[in-house]
Ligand binder design. Structure first.
Ligand SMILES: [Zn+2]
Ligand SMILES: [Zn+2]
Length: 352
C-alpha cells in the first residue's frame, strides 16, 4: 500500500479575494515533521469556503488559497515525528488543521480557541486539491468501514452541529429549534438532535425544505416565508407551548438571530453557529434578564467532539444528504450557494 505520490496535482485555487476559483495543476506539498500528507478523495463544500473566496470575513484568508475543510482520504506520507498514524490509514481534514497543543486553551481541549490555530482552506491550504497537509495530532481518524464520500460533510457540518447541540445543554426529551434546518448544517443538526434524544422544531423557508426536514425526523416544521406569527408557531410546536429549551442558529442571514430570544423557552439557551457576514446580535435586555436567557456562540469542535460526531455517523444514526460533482465544477457549487439554491450538501470528487 504505497501508491506513488506525484509531483503535481489538480487543485481549485482562489487567486484573489472575490474569486472565482481556478482549476489548475499545482505542486504536491511535502509534510513537515509533525504533519501528514492526505490523498483527498472527497471534500464537502461548506458556506465558509464561499466566505473564504469572497474575503468578506474579518480575518483575511491566505492568498492564493486552496479552500476546503471537509476532506476525506488516505494518509500517503508522514513526518518523522508522527507515530500514531500509519500510511494507508483513512483520515479527515477538518477546519482546525492544527493548534499549538500547549496554550491554556489547548490544554483544556478548547483547541479551536488556540491563538495559533491553523485553519484548513483559510490560513493554510485545504482539501480542494488531491493532496493536502494537516497536523497529525488534529486529523480526524476515520475507521476503514466508513465511506469516504458520505463522511466528508461530517468533518465540518457534523462536528459543528454536534458541538452546538452539546453546548446548548439540552437534555434528552427536551426541545431544540433548528433555524436554517433545510441547509447542509441544518439537515445534520436535525439528525444529531434526534439521535441525542431531542425533539426538533425545524425552521426554514419553502415547502421543499419543509419536506426534507420532516423526512429527516423533524417533529415540526415552521416556514418563515408563509408563517403569519413565527414566534407563536415555534412556541406552539413545543409540548408545553413554552418554546424550545435551545435554539441552534444556523442561518446565513441576520434576521433570525434577532428573533430567537423571543421564542426560546425561559431559562433556555440560544446557540449561534451560522455566520452571516457583518451581522450583529440584538436581544431585549428586559426579556433576557427576566426570562434568564443564555446567548452563546459555538465554534467547530475539539478532537474528542470530532471522533464522537464521526461515531454517530458510523453507527448509521446520521445520514448526510449530498450530491457529488467533480472538483472541476466547484465554481458552479459556489454559484448555487450565492443564489441560496443549495438543499443538503455538495461533495466534490477530486478525481474529476
Ligand atoms: Zn465548514
Ligand atoms: Zn494552543
Amino acid at each position: 500500500m504505497s501508491a506513488e505520490i506525484p509531483t503535481e496535482q489538480w487543485a481549485q485555487v482562489v487567486e484573489k479575494p472575490g474569486g472565482p476559483v481556478t482549476y489548475k495543476k499545482i505542486p504536491v506539498p511535502t509534510p513537515g515533521p509533525d504533519e501528514v500528507l492526505i490523498n483527498v478523495k472527497y471534500s464537502g463544500v461548506c458556506h465558509t469556503d464561499l466566505h473564504a473566496m469572497m474575503g468578506d470575513w474579518p480575518i483575511p484568508p491566505k492568498m492564493p488559497l486552496v479552500g476546503g475543510h471537509e476532506g476525506a482520504g488516505v494518509v500517503v506520507a508522514k513526518g518523522s515525528l508522527v507515530d500514531d498514524i500509519s500510511i494507508g490509514d483513512h483520515a479527515g481534514i477538518k477546519w482546525l488543521n492544527g493548534s499549538c497543543l500547549a496554550c491554556s486553551f489547548c490544554m483544556q481541549a478548547d483547541e479551536p480557541l488556540c491563538p495559533s490555530a491553523l485553519l484548513s482552506g483559510y490560513t493554510v491550504d485545504g482539501s480542494f486539491q488531491q493532496y493536502a497537509i494537516a497536523k497529525a495530532a488534529h486529523v480526524a481518524k476515520l475507521p476503514k468501514d466508513v465511506d469516504l464520500e458520505a463522511v466528508a460533510p461530517v468533518l465540518c457540518a457534523g462536528i459543528t452541529v454536534y458541538k452546538g447541540l452539546r453546548e446548548s445543554g439540552a437534555r434528552p426529551g427536551q426541545s431544540v429549534a433548528v433555524v436554517g434546518a433545510g441547509g447542509g448544517l441544518g439537515s445534520m443538526a436535525i439528525q444529531y438532535a434526534r439521535a441525542m434524544g431531542l425533539r426538533v422544531v425545524a425552521i426554514d423557508g419553502g415547502e421543499e425544505k419543509g419536506q426534507s426536514c420532516k423526512a429527516l425526523g423533524a417533529d415540526a416544521y415552521v416556514d418563515f416565508q408563509s408563517s403569519k406569527d413565527l414566534v407563536k408557531e415555534v412556541r406552539e410546536a413545543t409540548p408545553e407551548g413554552q418554546g424550545p429549551h435551545a435554539v441552534l442558529l444556523l442561518a446565513v442571514s441576520e434576521r433570525p438571530f434577532q428573533q430567537a430570544t423571543e421564542y426560546v423557552r425561559s431559562r433556555g439557551t440560544v446557540v449561534c453557529i451560522g455566520l452571516p457576514a457583518g451581522a450583529y446580535l440584538k436581544a431585549p435586555v428586559f426579556d433576557t434578564v427576566l426570562r434568564m436567557i443564555t446567548i452563546k456562540g459555538s465554534y467547530v469542535g475539539n478532537r474528542q467532539d470530532t471522533q464522537e460526531a464521526i461515531d454517530f455517523f458510523r453507527r448509521g444514526l446520521v445520514k448526510v444528504p449530498y450530491k457529488t460533482v467533480g472538483l472541476s465544477e466547484l465554481q458552479k457549487v459556489y454559484d448555487l450557494m450565492h443564489e441560496g439554491k443549495v438543499v443538503g450538501r455538495y461533495v466534490v470528487d477530486t478525481s474529476r
